[in-house]
Design a protein around this ligand. Structure first.
Ligand SMILES: Cc1cc2nc3c(=O)[nH]c(=O)nc-3n(C[C@H](O)[C@H](O)[C@H](O)COP(=O)(O)OP(=O)(O)OC[C@H]3O[C@@H](n4cnc5c(N)ncnc54)[C@H](O)[C@@H]3O)c2cc1C
Length: 339
């Protein structure tokens, strides 16, 4: 039996009862329908880079989405519309769009995983989110037993969230259509760290390829580029940045980073909260370790169990709660594991 540790970037997780690799849309929908008709528990997986599967594994069918292909129209005036299958590798797609002289995805370079998972938590980095450039998402609705096309506004994109994340058992994303701008200049650089590394002011635009290379370099230095050969395995940031009321934000020490949100609330830095609650880089628990390079990444340096990671996450949560009264929420989806 295949261990789910072989299919996830944290490299933990016990066996799956059955695994189906779906390479066409018909195979993907067929496998999902079969599970639903037989009452078999279903887990849909892309690249396994945003999940923590428990040591007991998954007593059901895991469908690994490996559908490939894209169709696109590029117009000199309106830009590119690209419809991409869910199983396509995210970062290979980003590189492809830049080669085609299409901009807007450059700051999302280097994020592991698949196209189909990108809308689920509205992946984002360096101030930009994928929801900004998604035109449509086609998804199989397990409740209605049909494929439905969602416009961007129907997807309910929010910070690390969407309609699909809110109902994780309901939709299986089949493909995503992106609307991209033609051009060689990036979207405005919104992060000071990135702007400084590029030697420009915040708000400047730079050549898309230059921005991609700088993002990849920064990610590499932070251990945020996944490589199976580098035993610093993680699922990226383990917790989301909490969004709290103005009143709670005001109660924090003055040096706590605060980012005003359009609805009047305030986004905090989970990394700052952890560091200031006594969680330090390199801190370990069993085989699980806080990354040496990035406090928000919980890592498996080769011999961690899922339980080790869960316990380390719990320690982080408890310390932040005790120091600041703020609850950290996992960004990673927990499967047969509870925090
Ligand atoms: C080193 C590293 C760096 C990262 N950096 C970032 C970052 O900067 N920003 C960011 O947002 N994320 C980041 N992540 C998290 C992760 O890469 C993204 O969330 C990615 O989109 C997950 O893709 P995946 O294919 O691996 O999804 P999986 O981990 O396989 O699945 C994630 C969730 O989506 C569901 N799912 C997957 N495919 C489908 C589908 N076709 N239909 C329905 N449900 C589906 C799964 O059931 C699961 O609930 C990082 C992860 C790592 C390991």
């Amino acid at each position: 039996m295949t261990q789910l540790s072989e299919l996830t970037t944290l490299h933990v997780g016990g066996a799956a009862q059955r695994i189906i690799y779906a390479t066409t849309e018909a195979e993907l929908i067929g496998a999902v329908r079969e599970c639903d008709e037989t009452g078999t528990p279903l887990l849909v997986l892309g690249g396994g880079s945003n999940v923590l599967v428990g040591d007991q594994g998954f007593a059901g069918t895991v469908v690994v989405v490996q559908t490939q292909g894209n169709s696109y129209e590029i117009d000199a005036c309106s830009g590119g519309m690209l419809q991409v299958a869910a199983g396509v590798n995210w970062d290979e797609f980003v590189a492809f769009t830049l080669e085609k002289n299409l901009a807007n995805l450059e700051s999302l370079s280097g994020i592991p995983g698949t196209i189909g998972a990108a809308p689920i938590q509205n992946i984002g980095a360096y101030g930009h989110e994928v929801g900004e450039v998604i035109a449509r998402v086609r998804a199989y609705d397990r409740l209605k037993k049909e494929v439905h096309t969602f416009t961007a506004s129907e997807c309910g994109f929010e910070y690390r969230s969407s309609l699909f994340k809110n109902e994780p058992e309901r939709y299986v994303i089949v493909d995503v259509t992106f609307q991209l701008r033609r051009g060689e200049l990036s979207l405005p650089v919104l992060y000071k760290e990135l702007a400084d590394a590029l030697g420009v002011e915040v708000g400047a635009r730079v050549p898309t390829q230059e921005l991609r290379e700088k993002v990849l370099e920064i990610r590499r230095n932070k251990g945020m580029l996944y490589s199976s050969a580098d035993q610093n395995w993680s699922a990226g940031s383990f917790f989301t940045n909490p969004i709290v009321s103005e009143q709670i934000a005001a109660s924090l020490p003055s040096d706590a980073p605060r980012f005003a949100q359009p609805d009047g609330r305030v986004k905090l830095s989970a990394a700052w909260l952890m560091q200031n609650a006594g969680i330090t880089k390199g801190m370990s628990h069993g085989g699980a370790k806080i990354s040496d390079k990035h406090v928000l990444a919980l890592t498996n340096s080769g011999h961690a169990t899922a339980q080790d990671l869960i316990e380390l996450a719990r320690i982080a949560q408890e310390k932040v709660k005790a120091h600041f009264g703020i609850e950290l929420t996992p960004e990673v989806r927990l499967i047969n594991a509870t925090l």
